[in-house]
Design a protein around this ligand. Structure first.
Ligand code: HEC
Length: 186
């Protein structure tokens, strides 16, 4: 019994010494310079055109955190991790992605309804309740700035074809003026 008290005494002494020891030095955090904007405001736009300003502000507020601030989608290590988990990555909207292959009508419906897939890490949310037709047109005008001239003319053609099809007229394939561009246009 006496020995047990002895051990207890040593433990109490050790604990007391530990409390007196200087705390291990914590590293000073590096301060990263950031530009602060007032809550609810966005950094100043570089566009004069009010439609592009609106599209840009919607994009930065609602889409960029998933699709990338330059429309690059999920890239690098994050994309690799997502792929390793067997999940779909967030697609790019810029010239490296596939969005320019889709008709406006398809893109608009996607933005309105979103894409639900319960197995995906991120589902694409629907914005029908948040964005009206003018908002979505402005978003499209902004997104299309990332595309090449070839991609824009191809996409204008598939949009026109879709409109004709939807109106019950025959659509048609890309024309000589707006040919199907190669997978990696210069
Ligand atoms: C929470 C993350 C998230 C947000 C926010 C988001 N998206 Fe998406 N988006 C996705 C994912 C993930 C997909 C792919 C879904 C799939 O194919 O299963 C996707 C797909 C799309 C597609 C289909 C394109 C393609 O190449 O498959 C369009 C168009 C699109 N998003 C536009 C937008 C726009 C415009 C906004 C902002 C108004 C937006 N998204 C906001 C995650 C997001």
């Amino acid at each position: 019994m006496a020995q047990r008290y002895h051990i207890l005494g040593v433990l109490v002494l050790l604990a007391a010494l530990a409390a007196c020891a200087p705390a291990p030095s914590t590293p000073t955090p590096t301060r990263i310079p950031v530009t602060l904007v007032a809550p609810g405001q966005l950094p100043t736009s570089t566009f004069d055109d009010p439609v592009l300003r609106l599209g840009e502000s919607h994009y930065f507020r609602l889409c960029a955190h998933c699709h990338g601030y330059n429309g690059e989608g999920q890239v690098g290590q994050i994309a690799e991790n997502t792929i390793e988990l067997g999940m779909k990555t967030v697609p790019a909207h810029n010239a490296d992605g596939n969005l320019w292959r889709y008709a406006d009508q398809v893109i608009i419906r996607t933005i309105q309804l979103g894409i639900t897939n319960p197995l995906d890490q991120f589902a694409m949310p629907g914005f029908a309740a948040t964005l009206n037709d003018d908002d979505i047109q402005a978003l499209l005008a902004f997104i299309k700035l990332w595309w090449t001239d070839e991609q824009r003319s191809y996409q204008a053609q598939v949009t026109a074809n879709m409109e004709a099809r939807l109106a019950g007229l025959s659509g048609g394939l890309p024309t000589e003026e707006a040919p199907f561009p190669t997978a990696t246009p210069e």
